[in-house]
Design a protein around this ligand. Structure first.
Ligand SMILES: Cc1cc2nc3c(=O)[nH]c(=O)nc-3n(C[C@H](O)[C@H](O)[C@H](O)COP(=O)(O)O)c2cc1C
Length: 188
């Protein structure tokens, strides 16, 4: 099997990391993979805030927990809201907050392509990664978006969409979970 297909099939979501930081070369390769993602009309409507500062990450975690309290109809949000110091970022040494241009109607799709590119690039380098949905809570209220913009250097007009944890896996990843069958049709 070629190397790209091998990486696609062996990438796993990693939720436990070693403390040691990834190298700048690895980080640069992951970010570069992100910016080479396809985007609607080549708009490239993303911004990546790389957070390696524990204190800043703790502040972002607190903001997510605060926002979760406003989301009434979601059991996961309720759980987060009631867990003080929840390890939402799994103690990963690096977190990438992916923000999208709010004026782009396909910002979520475009940023998701960038995220997948970064997760595959990470896996190809022996790094673990995991998508963190709760980062999207930060886009609910303007006051929180403004706090994030200032703290994470997010450009005006952009807001957080998702997070990615990154680091060396604490243990070798298990083989991929079985995939659902019957999810494609070939029509000739
Ligand atoms: C849109 C999306 C949101 C996700 N959100 C989270 C999340 O918030 N926390 C988490 O631990 N994993 C999250 N994941 C990872 C999935 O749980 C994981 O991809 C799935 O269980 C399959 O496992 P694998 O990635 O190891 O193949 C998310 C994945 C996607 C694509």
């Amino acid at each position: 099997m070629n190397e790209v297909l091998q990486v696609i099939k062996t990438r796993r979501s990693v939720r436990s990391y070693q403390e040691r930081q990834i190298t700048n070369e690895e980080l640069k390769a992951v970010l570069e993979a992100g910016v080479y993602a396809p985007s609607s009309m080549n708009t490239q409507p993303w911004f990546f805030s790389v957070v390696q500062n524990r204190e800043l990450l703790a502040r972002v975690t607190d903001w997510i927990i605060e926002e979760a309290a406003f989301i009434k109809d979601n059991p996961k949000a309720r759980e987060i809201a009631s867990t003080k110091n929840a390890a939402l970022f799994r103690r990963a040494p690096t977190v990438i907050v992916v923000s999208g241009d709010r004026s782009n109607p396909l910002a979520v799709e475009n940023c998701s392509c960038a995220a997948q590119n970064m997760m595959l690039a990470a896996a190809s380098l022996g790094l673990g990664s995991c998508w963190i949905t709760y980062v999207g809570y930060l886009a609910r209220r303007e006051a929180t978006v403004a706090k994030c913009r200032a703290a994470l250097r997010i450009p005006e007009g952009y807001a957080p969409i998702l997070g990615l944890t990154l680091g060396y896996p604490a243990a070798p990843p298990e083989p991929a979970q079985p995939r659902r069958k019957g999810v494609f049709a070939v029509l000739v």
